[in-house]
Every structure is written in structure tokens, then in C-alpha cells.
Design a protein around this ligand. Structure first.
Ligand code: FRU
Length: 930
């Protein structure tokens, strides 16, 4: 676009520059003509100028500049010099006086300026051309005319023009020459009129008065003759005298008029020659041939021809005026033409500009369209690419999700069978079997655990790869944590006679770490150390702080077989198993450990020497500045970790369960456990085990499970998380949000072992989260623990002084609500002897069985017992604090007869109401006397 504007401006400028050249004036060169006029003050010269200007107007290339010398030779010299300096193309001079003006005219001429001398002459021939009448000839004509007029006799007064000017001199000389032949004609006196009427008029009378019998006044021009004539005004002599002049100018103030009016007797035509002067100048300037001396014609005008001359002159004047008018019109037309021409040029220019602009606009429009088209195509391409990328990303996401789901499912599929393997194996290990079978079972157990670890590692890798693995750090004592883990290897060390130590100078070190991941790292390093260290070898775990408490270093060192430098260099590579095929592992453990250390923003390295040993060094930053908000565990997460023993590694679970005591409790059979598990084998395995100690109800899915829970109101629910349709979390939430079942403890069984899943489990209201595979003994212990907790809770509700009751876990909000409602119904209807489980269930909107089971679960006794207790408690209160008699109190607390009340009271308080009242009175009495 900028380019188009530049082009446009250029075209416009070109056009404007070309414009003046189109006019006719532009075809010829302009010439400046300087005219130094001796005077402008008289009609003759005015007529000359008019002629010149009129003629010059026919030649547009000529520019005429006139300077008035005002009868001063000095001024005229100055003007001529100015014209020279100005560099005029041609100089016209009518010299005031011949002598003084000659040098400057010569100067101009010698400088190459063409000089035209008009009317009056210089004293030199250094000029280009001359225009004017022959003054000598005209003077002679006058002399001869006067001689005739005076008949050869007369007295003459001569009125001179400027004495230094050539016409004056020449006219005088030739006149004198002409009258010389007439001795009776005499010039008696001279007056210096200096070509001016007023000068002559002023000077003439004095000269005239000194003369007698003057016949004729011979003046060098008509205006001086008129001046002399007028000076004799009111004198009779004026009419008697004859007056002769020169010029014969037309018009009202010219010599022709004076002759016609009888003032002058004759005048001699002396043409101004304005027209001729300009024509000559034109020829010279255009290098045309010209004559040097251009003599104008003269004639005598007197009463014989003045009429015709006057007529002709008037006509000429009128024609000249006409010409001038026409010229003026022409000039106006030319102006109009010029204006219109300029306007048409402007219009043409605008048209051209508009066309160019239109073309430019069209061009740019089509360019823009083209660009838009391209842009649109590009845009579409980009959009398509974006859609493809989005589609690919969605596919990748789906693939990732599918992969994760696959790993989760595979893991789940592995874990359930592993539980089923480990359960009977553990049973076998605890039963009196042969040493060989025990050894075999031990082998089965170890391999099942190994398989489990592999499944776990694969799961973790899948999460690391899909960036689903997040650090969940919380502050904990690292010393105690490492000690706990090392402790679990003590037994193995003892068994293999390995010197196994945990060395640290620290008693405690609070560190932000992810317990689950660090557990896996250390467990992996220690497993490796035990794997590659021979019996009787040494393994040491160290912990120390470095860099002024900036980081903590954990080392695991053994004196086992060590690694070759090449092996050590790739120790953390995934699937790298070293050269030794006898010790092929999956190559996942160390790679995973490195990933977990990196998640902690730490470092892990290895130093190893073949047959000398290996040392792994983990460095973790202290403080929590290096952790993002996202990497810190929330409070809910912390609780989940504290509450869930399932976080423990399977091996530890098995190890700890080995020492677990099986406590036979006869009372357990009282409890009903509902087992919701879709895996038939696991369900049957668990049922067979649990049935030894509890009543077991079972359900293959969530829907049946929930139905049974509401119907039977069991004492505890064990539920798998991954169930078809309704999952374990939803079932838990449904149970916990229902008044009928909210009190029932729920244990969730799952293969999902991430903290997030555990948090979800806890949020749904589950009391415990057990990760598959689990030891049955461990599960059994937990079931017992929860039932015991429930018993403590019963005490809380049934106790008279609830604040002092030991509460294992706080009562659930919904259970509190239930108890409050029961209490309110009972208290309100206490005096009604028909108050029983039925009427209470009806006012609570529950079935009699549900109320019965819930009351029993929460309080440990029936609704009727509860109502009875409340009646007796109120009765005791009234006996203590009112003056009512026993039968009044009996009816008030809802007993149908005072006798039944007394029996019930005595059974409960081991004292009859009347005895109780008497004891109270004596207690009060002694209080008074004291
Ligand atoms: C005008 C004039 C004429 C005369 C001429 C002589 O200025 O005086 O009257 O003929 O000059 O140069």
C-alpha cells in the first residue's frame, strides 16, 4: 500500500510540473526590455507609451519596464545603469540630453545589450538602432514654411527645447539654415522653454515684452507654443501673433486641436513611433533583420489639412481605443481560457489520480483477497492440524488411561489370587505339618510375595511413566522411620548370620518425605543388599545430615559380591539386570527407586567394587522449600496414613502376622459379619475362616449387600472396593448415611493402594482399609479390634456418667442423633406404661428389628431394657428430690402398679424404694445436724 502511495505522489508531481509547459506562452523565451524615458510628464510621451504597450501586448514574450527620468539626466544615467545591472535583454533610451547620457549608453552597448535610441539622440553612434523623425529635416521644413507665411519678412521669437537635447539643436540649426535665404526674416529673441509648457509660459512674457513688432513665435514643440500663447492672455497682441510648433499630436490636448482651434498657425508632425520601436525591439531580440536608422515621416499641418488630419487622428485614436477594448476583452478571454485550461488540467489530473487510485485500490483489493484466501487456507490447515493433534492427544489420553486401567486390573487380578495363595499357606505354616511341607510352604509364600512386589513395581512404573505418580510428603521422624524398616530385616539377618546394623548419631530428624515411596526405596535397597550378600556378611544402614543441615544422607552398604564398573554405571537403568545371569531380576527395583528419589528432589548414587561390596547413597533435601503445595500431603492424607495399617508392605504384614496371637473369644459368635465380595473363591475362603468365630452373611455384589445390611443390621461389614455396578466406596457411603446402618463398622478390601484411594475410602466413611493381598490373621485382628471399639462405644451410650467413659473412637454424628431421638421419645412418654420397642420404632420411622438391632449394637441391651432403666433412673431421682409418695412415683414413671415398680426397683438397685427413701431422709438429716 505504501508503495502505491509513493507511485501516486510521483505521478501527481510529474503532472503538475508538466502543466505550465502546455500553454502557448511557454513556447517562447521571455525577454525583458528596459526603457529609460527622459520624461513621462507630457502627452506626447504618454501617447508613445500607450502605443508601445499596445504593440508589446501582441508579443507576450516581451516584458516592458519603463523608468521615468523626470527631465533629469542624472536620474536617467542611474536608471540605465540599473537596467544594465539587471541584465535586461534590450535597452531603449530616449536621452534627456545627448552629452551626459552618451557614456552610459555606450557602456550598455559595449556590454552586448542591444540599445535602441528613440526620438532624441546621443552624441555617439554606439547604439544598435534609432527610431524617430529627422529633426533637421523637420526644422528646415518649418523654416521654409515660416518664410512663406511671413512673405519673406518678419520678426521671430524662438522658444527652445532643452538646449542639450538633440531635437532642440537640430530643429534650431535647420530652421536657421532655411530662413538664411530671407534676410528680412530675423530671430529677435530666444526663450528657454526646456520642452515644458509651463516653463515657456512663465519665461515667454519677459522676453516678448522687450521686443517690438514680433510677428511669429517659433516654438520647438506645440506645448511650449501653447504656453507662450497663453502667457499673452487678455492681450490683443495674442491674436495678431503667429504661433508655430512641432509634434502635431492628436487628441483634445494635442497640436492638431490647437491648429484647428486657431491657436497655432501650423504644427509639424513629429510621430511618437511607439509601435515602430516595439516592432524593432522584437526583430532585434528574435535576431530578425532590422534597419539601424528608422526615420519616421513628417509633414506640415495647418488650416488647409488640419481637418482631415484631425479626423484621421481621431479615427485612429478611436480605433486604438477599440483595439485596447478588444485587447482587454481578449485578455479577459485569455484569462478565462487560462483559468478553464488550468481547471481542466486539475480535473484531468484528478481523473488520472482517481484512475490510478482506483487501479491501486483494485490491485490491493485483489491482493488482499488473495492474501485472505491464503490466510483462510492456512487457518483451515492449522485448525485441521490442531484438531488432529487434539484427537491424537485424546487418543493418547485414552491409551494412557487404558494402560493404567489395564495395570490396575492386572494388579487386582494378581492380588486376589495371591491372597488366596497366601491365606492357606499361612494356615499351613501355623498348623502342625511336617518340616518338609513347612519348607515348601515357606517357598510358596516367599515367591507369592516376590510376585506381589513385581506387580507393585510394574504398577508404580506405569504411574511414573504416565506422570500419575505424585510426591505426597509429610513431616515425620526419619530416624524412627528408617529404624522401623531395618527392624523388619532383623530376623532375616539373624537367620543368615549377617551382621546388620543401623548406625546414626541422630535421635530424631524431622524430614518431609513420602512414607510410601521411601519405604519402597529402602525396602528395595535392603532386599538387594540381602540378596547379594553371602551368609555371615555385613550390611549397614547409615543416616547423617550434611551441608549444615541442608540435606540428609541415607546409605545402605554391604560387603557382598559388588558390581563391575560397567554394571554400576547402568545400575539405575530400567530393565538392566547386570551381566550375571544367575541373578537375573526384573531390573525394575533400582530404576523405580531412582524415580522415587527424584520425586523427592534428591539424588541416588552407587559406589561398588566387584567382590568387595556395594554402597548406595541417597541424598534428600531438608526443609520443605523445595516442595510445591501439590507435593505436600493434605491433612486428610495424613489421617489416611495414620489410620490405615494396610500401608505396610506385604512381607511385613506376613512377618507381623506370624507372631499374631489368635485369641479365641467365645463371645465373638454373637456377632454377625456381612461379607460383600464378588470373587467367589475369596468370598468362600474368607467365609470359611470367619465362620469359625462369627455368624457370616454373604453377598456377591453391592445391591444384595446393601439389602442384607438393611435387613439384618450386621455388626460389621467387610466389602471389596472393586465390585460390579455399585463399588465398595458407594456401598460404604450408603451404609454410613442411613440411620439404620450408620453405626456398623466397614472394612474395605482393595488392590488399590495409593494414598488417594485410601483417602477416598476414609471419606466414604470406611473404618478400615485393607490392601490385598492381606494375611487372614491380620484381617481377623482388625475385625476383633473394631468390634471391641464398638463395645467401648456401647459403654459410652449406656453409661450414666458419659463424660467419664473411655471412648475408643468418637460416636458418629448419625448415631448420636439416633440416640438423642430415642432418648427424647422415651423421656416424653415415660409415664405411658405402653411405651415399648414397637411404639418407639413407630415414632422413629424404623422397623422394630432395625431399632432393636441398632440399640443392641450401640448400647448392648434391648429397647425394653433401656426404657426400663430410664423409668427406674427417673424414679430414683424423684425419690431423692421430690416429696411424692412411692405409688405416685410408680405411676409417674410408667409402671402399671406400685407393686411391680417396687420389685423392679429392688432388682435393679438391690434396695426397695421405701428403704431408699428412708436412707435418703437419714442422709439429709445427718447433713442438717452436721
Ligand atoms: C516631448 C517633446 C516633444 C518634442 C520632443 C523632442 O517631450 O518635447 O514635444 O518634439 O520631445 O525630443
Amino acid at each position: 500500500m505504501a508503495h502505491s502511495f509513493k507511485l501516486l505522489t510521483f505521478v501527481l508531481l510529474l503532472f503538475l510540473v508538466a502543466l505550465p509547459g502546455c500553454g502557448p506562452a511557454g513556447e517562447e523565451k521571455a525577454f525583458v526590455i528596459g526603457f529609460s524615458q527622459c520624461t513621462e510628464g507630457d502627452a506626447w510621451r504618454k501617447a508613445m507609451h500607450e502605443e508601445m504597450e499596445r504593440e508589446a501586448s501582441f508579443y507576450p514574450e516581451l516584458s516592458l519596464q519603463i523608468k521615468d527620468g523626470k527631465n533629469s539626466s542624472v536620474t536617467q544615467i542611474k536608471h540605465i545603469r540599473e537596467f544594465i545591472d539587471q541584465g535586461v535583454d534590450l535597452l531603449i533610451v530616449s536621452p534627456n540630453e545627448a552629452e551626459p547620457i552618451t557614456p552610459v549608453v555606450e557602456e550598455a552597448f559595449s556590454k552586448g545589450i542591444p540599445v535602441i535610441v528613440v526620438d532624441r539622440k546621443t552624441s555617439s553612434s554606439m547604439y544598435t538602432a534609432y527610431v524617430g523623425a529627422n529633426n533637421y529635416q523637420i526644422g528646415k521644413l518649418a523654416g521654409e514654411y515660416v518664410a512663406k507665411l511671413l512673405n519673406g519678412k518678419g520678426r521671430i521669437i524662438e522658444v527652445w527645447g532643452l538646449r542639450g537635447s538633440s531635437p532642440a539643436i537640430e530643429r534650431h540649426n535647420s530652421f536657421v539654415d532655411a530662413i538664411a535665404a530671407y534676410p528680412d526674416i530675423e530671430i529677435v529673441a530666444e526663450v528657454s522653454g526646456e520642452w515644458e509648457k509651463e516653463v515657456a509660459k512663465e519665461r515667454f512674457p519677459a522676453v516678448f515684452n522687450q521686443q517690438k513688432d514680433v510677428d511669429l513665435i517659433f516654438a520647438h514643440n506645440d506645448v511650449m507654443a501653447l504656453g507662450a500663447y497663453e502667457s499673452l492672455q487678455n492681450r490683443s497682441v495674442q491674436q495678431q501673433l503667429k504661433f508655430i510648433g512641432f509634434d502635431g499630436l492628436g487628441g483634445p490636448n494635442g497640436g492638431l486641436q490647437f491648429v484647428q482651434d486657431g491657436i497655432l498657425d501650423a504644427t509639424f508632425l513629429y510621430p511618437t513611433g511607439g509601435e515602430e520601436i516595439i516592432q524593432l525591439a522584437h526583430d532585434i531580440l528574435h535576431n530578425k533583420p532590422f534597419k539601424k536608422d528608422n526615420i519616421l515621416n513628417t509633414t506640415v499641418i495647418d488650416d488647409r489639412n488640419v481637418h482631415i488630419m484631425k479626423q484621421q487622428s481621431d479615427k485612429i485614436l478611436a480605433q486604438e481605443k477599440n483595439i485596447e477594448r478588444q485587447q482587454q476583452k481578449l485578455y479577459e478571454q485569455i484569462q478565462l481560457f487560462n483559468n478553464q485550461r488550468t481547471l481542466s488540467y486539475v480535473l484531468l489530473a484528478s481523473l488520472v489520480v482517481s484512475i490510478i487510485m482506483g487501479a491501486v485500490a483494485l490491485l490491493s483489493l485483489s491482493a488482499k483477497k488473495e492474501a485472505n484466501k491464503e490466510l483462510l487456507a492456512k487457518n483451515n490447515e492449522v485448525m485441521q492440524q490442531r484438531n488432529e493433534v487434539a484427537l491424537m492427544a485424546r487418543k493418547a489420553d485414552k491409551a494412557t488411561e487404558a494402560k493404567l486401567r489395564f495395570f490396575t486390573n492386572v494388579s487386582h487380578e494378581f492380588r486376589t489370587p495371591l491372597t488366596l495363595i497366601l491365606g492357606p499357606v499361612e494356615d499351613a505354616l501355623h498348623s502342625p505339618v511336617s518340616a518338609d511341607l513347612k519348607k515348601d510352604m515357606q517357598l510358596v509364600k516367599q515367591n507369592a510375595i516376590r510376585l506381589l512386589r513385581l506387580v507393585n513395581q510394574l504398577m508404580d512404573f506405569s504411574k511414573v511413566d504416565n506422570r500419575k505418580m505424585k510426591l505426597q510428603a509429610a513431616e515425620a521422624d526419619l530416624v524412627a522411620f528408617v529404624k522401623d524398616i531395618t527392624n523388619s530385616f532383623d530376623r532375616l539377618a539373624r537367620k543368615r548370620n549377617i551382621s546388620f546394623r543401623f548406625r546414626t548419631k541422630l535421635h530424631e530428624l524431622p524430614v518431609f518425605f513420602d512414607a510410601d515411596k521411601l519405604d519402597k526405596i529402602l525396602f528395595n535397597l535392603l532386599s538387594n543388599a540381602f540378596k547379594f550378600t553371602s551368609d555371615g556378611g555385613t550390611i549397614a544402614v547409615g543416616l547423617q545430615v550434611e551441608d549444615r543441615y541442608e540435606k540428609v544422607i541415607i546409605t545402605v552398604e554391604d560387603n557382598g559380591k559388588g558390581m563391575s564398573p560397567a554394571h554400576a554405571a547402568h545400575a539405575f537403568d530400567r530393565f538392566h539386570t547386570g551381566e550375571d545371569s544367575s541373578n537375573l531380576g526384573t531390573g525394575l527395583g533400582l530404576a523405580l527407586s531412582e524415580e522415587f528419589v527424584k520425586l523427592h528432589h534428591g539424588d541416588i548414587s552407587v559406589v561398588s567394587e566387584e567382590w568387595k561390596g556395594t554402597k548406595f547413597i541417597i541424598s534428600l533435601p531438608l526443609g520443605k522449600e523445595h516442595l510445591t503445595e501439590d507435593e505436600l500431603l493434605t491433612d486428610a492424607g495424613k489421617n489416611a496414613i495414620e489410620l490405615i495399617p494396610g500401608v505396610m508392605d506385604a512381607e511385613q504384614q506376613v512377618v507381623s502376622s506370624e507372631s499374631a496371637e489368635v485369641v479365641e473369644d467365645a463371645r465373638l459368635k454373637e456377632h454377625t459379619i456381612l461379607l460383600i465380595e464378588d470373587n467367589k473363591e475369596l468370598r468362600e475362603f474368607l467365609k470359611s475362616r470367619l465362620a469359625k468365630d462369627f455368624n457370616v452373611a454373604e453377598a456377591p455384589n453391592g445391591t444384595v449387600g446393601l439389602q442384607q445390611a438393611f435387613e439384618k443390621v450386621p455388626d460389621l461389614v467387610i466389602c471389596d472396593v472393586m465390585l460390579p455396578k455399585q463399588n465398595g466406596l458407594e456401598i460404604t457411603a450408603a451404609l454410613k448415611n442411613d440411620l439404620r446402618t450408620s453405626h456398623i463398622p466397614v472394612i474395605l478390601l482393595t488392590a488399590k493402594d495409593t494414598v488417594e484411594y485410601k483417602i477416598e475410602g476414609i471419606q466414604s466413611g470406611a473404618d478400615l482399609y485393607v490392601t490385598k493381598p492381606f494375611s487372614y490373621l491380620y484381617l481377623f485382628e482388625r475385625v476383633k479390634g473394631l468390634l471391641k471399639n464398638r463395645a467401648l462405644l456401647k459403654e459410652h451410650y449406656s453409661s450414666e456418667i458419659s463424660v467419664e467413659t473411655k471412648v475408643a473412637s468418637p460416636p458418629k454424628q448419625l448415631d448420636k442423633k439416633f440416640m438423642n431421638e430415642v432418648m427424647a421419645v422415651v423421656e416424653k412418654n415415660l409415664s405411658n406404661p405402653d411405651l415399648n420397642a414397637n411404639s418407639i420404632a413407630a415414632s422413629l420411622g424404623m422397623s422394630k428389628v432395625q431399632v432393636y438391632r441398632k440399640m443392641k449394637a450401640l448400647l448392648g441391651y434391648s429397647v425394653n431394657d433401656y426404657v426400663n432403666n430410664m423409668r427406674l433412673k427417673r424414679a430414683r431421682h424423684l425419690l431423692l428430690h421430690s416429696d411424692k409418695n412411692i405409688s405416685e412415683i410408680a405411676y409417674e414413671v410408667g409402671f402399671s402398679s406400685p407393686a411391680y415398680f417396687s420389685t423392679a426397683f429392688k432388682n435393679h438397685f438391690e434396695m426397695s424404694p421405701s428403704d431408699f427413701k428412708t436412707t435418703r431422709s437419714s442422709r439429709e438429716g445427718s447433713n442438717v445436724t452436721m
